[in-house]
Design a protein around this ligand. Structure first.
Ligand code: G3I
Length: 358
């Protein structure tokens, strides 16, 4: 009877064309359905995580419950960034980040730290430092990285040490760190993080390796050169803010390029836009839901094809659609909808990881 009703509902939704999608509808490709799986995301062969905010953790009981059920890794969406942590030189506000770390410890989850250096999260007091004084900028960078990594030592397993150092054409991005120190700010940042916590796993993190071959090549070359120089870089984070028109071959190419450096590969900020043109009248139709499902499946499958010891995991950039940084577009980029229900994208992941179980 339940199946009959579901099927009937699916027909009704399809007949309506652009109605919001039924999260339980059977996909046309006959993949996994809600009735058929007892699996959860953390059954994947690598850790699966989510970017979180303390606000949602404290205000919505369903939020923490779903994370505990589905995930075994967690990342602060914003609360470990410099502009959140540091209001003055040597002064820190740890509350939000500590709250996330405590939740992870209580629930036996790993914590991935994001991000030590990012040009879009420079503290105000850093922006006011005198320009061009290389030694001062190195000193300040070392102090900041040392303080933060030391505070979380033993609790945060891994860090995005440098985030988005390159432009899409492969050139170095102008950032306060680059402009005042030079290219070797990257090497120094990794060395300082390693000195503060020799056990931490250290990542270079960026977006666009799936669509820009120039950026893909530059990052691969740079990370390889850093390794040859003895810099402690252990992984590449591919943010992968993709959309339903992103091709499978580009996802595979970016994951393979990162893996070819011999380092860990983290799909670190995954989401799949369904409305990349930001059409204010867009809705989440059955058709885009199925395309999104494929994107989720392809990406998980692609990560599973690289050597297992290099599969660091996947972090989704938010838990439910309406809390996502994309939601105002409007967009529906995540595997759970605003009712905390599993979407077809969720079952795309289950299909990918089911293969690994067989
Ligand atoms: O919390 C305040 C709220 O009190 C205030 O009323 C409101 C007014 O604008 O701002 C709120 O803070 C915003 C915060 O998101 C929480 O929603 C910040 O302004 C806004 O800048 C911040 O945006 C974050 C962005 O990074 C910049 O830090 C997004 O949430 C976050 O998803 C996004 O994440 C980045 C990754 O770190 C790096 N890769 C790209 C990714 C997407 O941009």
């Amino acid at each position: 009877m339940k199946m009959f009703l579901l099927t009937l509902l699916s027909f009704m939704l399809l007949a309506c064309g652009t109605t919001d999608v039924d999260p339980g509808a059977r996909p046309e490709n006959g993949g996994t359905t809600p009735e058929e799986t007892e699996m959860v995301l953390k059954d994947a062969p690598f850790p699966v995580g989510v970017a979180v905010t303390p606000h949602h953790m404290k205000s919505e009981p369903r939020y923490n419950a779903l994370i505990k059920k589905e995930m075994n890794s967690i990342t602060a969406e914003n609360h470990m960034k410099m502009s959140h942590l540091s209001s003055a030189r040597g002064e820190y506000t740890w509350d939000g980040a500590d709250y996330i770390v405590s939740f992870a410890k209580e629930n036996n989850m790993r914590v991935h730290g994001h991000a030590l250096l990012w040009h879009r999260s420079i503290a105000d007091w850093v922006n006011e430092l005198p320009k061009g004084d290389r030694e001062l900028w190195i000193e300040v960078m070392k102090e900041y990285i040392t303080d933060v990594v030391t505070h979380f030592k033993g609790d945060v397993l891994s860090w995005d040490v440098v985030n988005e150092a390159f432009n899409d054409d492969g050139s170095w991005r102008s950032t306060p760190w680059y402009d005042n120190i030079g290219e070797d700010y990257m090497d120094l940042a990794f060395q300082f993080a390693h000195e503060a916590d020799p056990d931490a796993i250290l990542f270079y993190n960026d977006y666009g390796m799936e669509y820009s071959t120039a950026k893909r090549s530059k990052i691969s070359e740079e990370v390889t050169a850093m390794i040859e120089r003895g810099v402690p870089v252990h992984g590449i984070g591919l943010q992968m803010h993709i959309d339903i028109y992103s091709t499978k071959s580009n996802m595979v190419a970016s994951i393979n390029a990162a893996a070819s450096c011999g380092v860990l590969v983290h799909v670190s900020e995954f989401d799949v836009r369904t409305n990349p043109d930001e059409d204010k009248n867009a809705t989440f139709t059955e058709e885009v839901a199925q395309k999104q499902r494929e994107s989720y499946q392809y990406m998980f499958e692609a990560l599973m094809t690289i050597p297992q010891h290099q599969q660091f995991g996947v972090t989704m950039w938010g838990l439910v659609d309406n809390h996502s940084w994309l939601s105002d577009a409007p967009d529906w980029g995540l595997p759970f909808n605003k009712e905390y229900e599993r979407k077809p994208a969720y079952y795309g992941i289950i299909d990918a990881i089911t293969v690994s179980e067989e």
